[in-house]
Design a protein around this ligand. Structure first.
Ligand code: HEC
Length: 274
C-alpha cells in the first residue's frame, strides 16, 4: 500500500486503482466542512418521533392533564364589568317596538315586490294599502306571509305568485311585520299582533293540509278566516324592545335612578350606613 502508484505496471494496476479510489473517497468525505446543513441522522429522527408519540399518548389518554374543558373552574360565571349590567334597553310601548321590528322585516323581505310605499305596481304586485286580507282576520294574513299566495288576491285579480316568506322567520319577526303592515302605509288597524299569536300562526301553518304549497283564496276562505289565538296586548303596554315581552310595571322604573333633586337624605337607606 505504501508503494507509489504505478500507472504503467499491469500487475498493480487494478488493485492499486481500487485502493486509491477508496482513499480519495475517504479524503473527500472527511474534507467536507461542517456547515450545519448535514442531514439529521435517521436515529435522531426516530427517537424524536417516538418521544412525540409517547408524549401525545400520555397527554391524550393519561387522565385529565390537558383538556380544553378543564381550562376554567367548574361553576365559573363571567362577571360583567361594573356599570354594564342591569341596564337593559329601556322599555318601549308595544306598538312602537313591534313596528320597529316589522319595518326591518318589510325592508328585508317585502319591499322588493310590494315597493317602499307597499302599493305594489298594480300589475304584477298588489298593494297592501287598504288590502282586505292584510287588514282583515289575522290568521288569513299570517298564512299568506308564511306560505305565499297563488291565484286571485283579495280583490279578485291574479297578479302572479307570491313566494313563501316564512322560511327562517321567527315569531317576533312575523308579529312585527304583521303589526307594521296593519299600522303603516296608511293602514290604521291600531292592533298589535303579539309573538304569542305569531307562534300560534306558525303552528297552524305547519299543520296545513297543503303544507309546502302557497295558499289559495279557496283555502284561505275555507280554513283560515279566524283571529289568531292569544292574549291581546294594548298598544301602550311597555315591552322589552328586544324580546317584545311585556315588562312588569314594577320593574319599569330603573332601580339605579338617581334620587330626585331635593329628596330628603333620610329617604335613602344608604345614608344610614355608618
Ligand atoms: C317575490 C315577490 C313578493 C314578495 C317578496 C312578497 N310578496 Fe306579497 N304578494 C306578491 C304577489 C305577486 C301577490 C299576489 C299573488 C296573487 O296574485 O295571487 C302578493 C300578495 C300579498 C298579499 C295579499 C294582498 C291581498 O289583498 O290579496 C299580502 C297580504 C302580502 N302579499 C304580503 C306580503 C308581505 C307582508 C311580504 C313580506 C314579508 C310579502 N308580501 C312579500 C309578491 C310578493
Amino acid at each position: 500500500m505504501s508503494e507509489p502508484y504505478q500507472p504503467n505496471d499491469p500487475a498493480h494496476s487494478a488493485a492499486a486503482t481500487d485502493a486509491s479510489l477508496d482513499q480519495a473517497a475517504a479524503a473527500r468525505e472527511k474534507s467536507i466542512p461542517e456547515n450545519g446543513n448535514q442531514p439529521i441522522s435517521l436515529w435522531t429522527t426516530v427517537i424524536c418521533g417516538a418521544v412525540l408519540i409517547v408524549a401525545g399518548l400520555i397527554l391524550g389518554y393519561g387522565g385529565n392533564r390537558f383538556s380544553y374543558n378543564s381550562l376554567f373552574r367548574d361553576g365559573y360565571v363571567r362577571t360583567a364589568p361594573p356599570g354594564s349590567v342591569a341596564t337593559p334597553l329601556p322599555p318601549k310601548p308595544a306598538l312602537d317596538a313591534y313596528m320597529a321590528r316589522g319595518k326591518k322585516v318589510f325592508e328585508a323581505k317585502c319591499i322588493v315586490c310590494h315597493g317602499p310605499d307597499a302599493k305594489g305596481n298594480g300589475v304584477t304586485f298588489p298593494s297592501l294599502v287598504g288590502s282586505a286580507w292584510a287588514n282583515g282576520e289575522t290568521e288569513r294574513f299570517a298564512m299568506i306571509v308564511l306560505n305565499g299566495l297563488q291565484g286571485p288576491a283579495s280583490n279578485g285579480k291574479t297578479y302572479g305568485v307570491m313566494t313563501p316568506q316564512g322560511i327562517g322567520m321567527t315569531a317576533e319577526e312575523l308579529a312585527g311585520i304583521m303589526t307594521y303592515v296593519r299600522n303603516h302605509f296608511g293602514n290604521t288597524k291600531g292592533d298589535v299582533i303579539t309573538t304569542e299569536m305569531a307562534k300560534a300562526a306558525i303552528n297552524i301553518s305547519a299543520a296545513r293540509k297543503n303544507s309546502g304549497q302557497a295558499v289559495t283564496a279557496a283555502e284561505l276562505t275555507a280554513d283560515h278566516v279566524n283571529a289568531l289565538p292569544g292574549k291581546p296586548v294594548a298598544a301602550t303596554t311597555l315591552v322589552d324592545p328586544l324580546t317584545l315581552e311585556p315588562v312588569p310595571s314594577a320593574a319599569a322604573p330603573p332601580v339605579t335612578a338617581p334620587p330626585a333633586a331635593g329628596a330628603p337624605a333620610a329617604a335613602t337607606p344608604a345614608a344610614k350606613v355608618p
